[in-house]
Write a protein that binds this ligand. Structure first.
Ligand code: FES
Ligand code: FES
Length: 184
């Protein structure tokens, strides 16, 4: 059992639905914990100072830069990585749209971009304007694509229906994840 500095027992982090004991070292970032402690290597390390967005994950459903979060501060909270939203043998609707619109090349930025897009889409009730999408992903740097395909993909998903963390596009307002958007 990991304990905080004042001796309190820390609850586990809930990573993609599974309990993971918080690291004993309070200096470990959530990024390093997810990659080195849990083995989730799709959480990419880029700048490691909050500038590139490659390390973006969901913390209690909201996008955060995991390089700027201490793992112990996420104890007892829900952490979702791109591994957690990808259905077995398939793709999340955002991933699928990115592939179809050539919204990735090397793919280094992609996991973080997907998580930012899911946060944006889950907080949205209608089709997204391209300007809104560009603003929302402005903290996720992509050196390959020129962003056009990424923006097109996210706009398309926003026009198509609900997006949840669980990877489903809901029909008629069915909610399959903790945060979801209802089809118009
Ligand atoms: S690695 Fe976290 S923002 Fe760049
Ligand atoms: S696809 Fe290469 S950095 Fe975005």
């Amino acid at each position: 059992m990991t304990r905080s500095g004042d001796g309190r027992a820390l609850p586990p982090l809930v990573v993609n639905g599974e309990d993971r004991a918080a690291p004993a070292d309070p200096r470990v970032s959530l990024l390093d914990f997810l990659r080195d402690g849990v083995g989730l290597h799709a959480v990419h390390a880029g700048c490691e100072q909050g500038a590139c967005g490659a390390c973006t994950v969901l913390l209690d459903g909201r996008a955060v830069r995991s390089c700027l979060v201490l793992a112990v501060s996420a104890a007892g909270r829900a952490v979702t990585t791109v591994e957690g939203i990808t259905p077995p043998g398939g793709l999340h609707p955002v991933q699928d749209a990115l592939v179809r619109h050539h919204g990735l090349q090397c793919g280094y930025c992609t996991p973080g971009l997907v998580m930012t897009a899911i946060d944006l889409l889950a907080a949205t009730t209608g089709p997204l304007d391209e300007t809104v999408v560009r603003e929302a992903i402005s903290g996720n740097l992509c050196r390959c694509t020129g962003y056009s395909g990424i923006v097109t993909a996210i706009v398309e998903v926003s026009e198509g229906g609900a997006v949840s963390e669980g990877g489903a596009v809901s029909e008629g307002g069915a909610v399959s994840g903790r945060r979801a958007v209802t089809r118009r």
